[in-house]
Design a protein around this ligand. Sequence first.
Ligand code: FEO
Length: 395
Amino acid sequence: MKPVLLKEGIYWVGAVDWDLRYFHGPIYTTHRGTTYNSYLIADDHLTLVDAVYAPFAGELIGRIKAVADPSRIENVIVNHIETDHAGALPEIMKLAPGAKIYCSARARDGLQKHFPGAGWDYRVVKTGMELSTGRRTLTFVEAPMLHWPDSMFTYIPQEALLLPNDAFGQHLASSSRFDDEVDGHVLMEEAAKYYANILYPVSRLVLKKLAELEGMNIPVEMIAPSHGIIWRSRSSRIVEAYRRWAAGEWERKSLVVYETMWGSTMLMARAIAEGLSDQGVATKLYRISAGDYSDIIKELLEARLLVVGSSTIHRHFIASLAPFLDSLACLQPVNRIGAVFGSYGWSKGAAQAVTERLKQAGIETVPESLEVLWIPDQDDRQRCYQWGGSLAGLL
Ligand code: FEO
């Protein structure tokens, strides 16, 4: 793929990773691969914004060479040090050893630990500081914890172009680079999954940063993140979606997530889901071992109610629910409520343990969980159906 022109003299020179199926270790499934986006500003002073994951250094360098001699790079902007964006930095710096690296103070400290003894020329920047590349000015905006302490955004006022690194990204491999060239539904789905699995726990900071950007009164026409597709036609749509997700806004939707040993909890789950949907609540039903919890977590961006069920085994919930519940505790969904159910034999325990885990995730549950002894009979299933219907009243 050739370099792709964003604006006159500004090119995408990143790499497409069609094969990636897990991100951040095994916790985030990337069914549609990803991209590592780098941008080259071919101005009077040749400037690279972000590098790529190290295995793709050759592709990055090849695309830079198609525009300019990499040894001419004078400035490298490191918006974020995570290895998917700074991994290829040593290869770039070998080709352009005199280049200055512009980054936040925490990024400099982190890069020195990632690449000890590199001896690079760091220029620490803060919010509001500028760098002229000739006809353009780069303005830096620190964005600590969005999503790492070192993160920052780079803004180019002459082009109304924001380069916010991970923010507004998606794990979506494509031969297209722009939002008006891809399926809008797929794009928003991947943007939502990205927000839910990466940015959910810093939602308060997202709201603050959006307000700060608004207060700076800077026009933003194009948003070019470090993963996935560049927003050039729908940039306001993704900003508005971030505002909604960060604020914890919700729709009349629910998720019923469960695990079952011999089918009793499954029968309960189905009756509860039916009770909810018969009351007009859009409901999705997931058996955790048949699904993918990073996909399910994405659904929480819209669903207000999370109903979790498990059979009791050794006074606990079934262990296959643990990664889902642990992830919720990491991600701290905003403004969500929960309810808990399950079947048991000679002793209870699962419902209480699930309730405690949901509490750790900041999800308050309804006071009464619903438990059924052994196999739910017709009356029990009716009770589940009615319980589901009553939960609809919370929405
Ligand atoms: Fe895409 Fe935080 O790295």
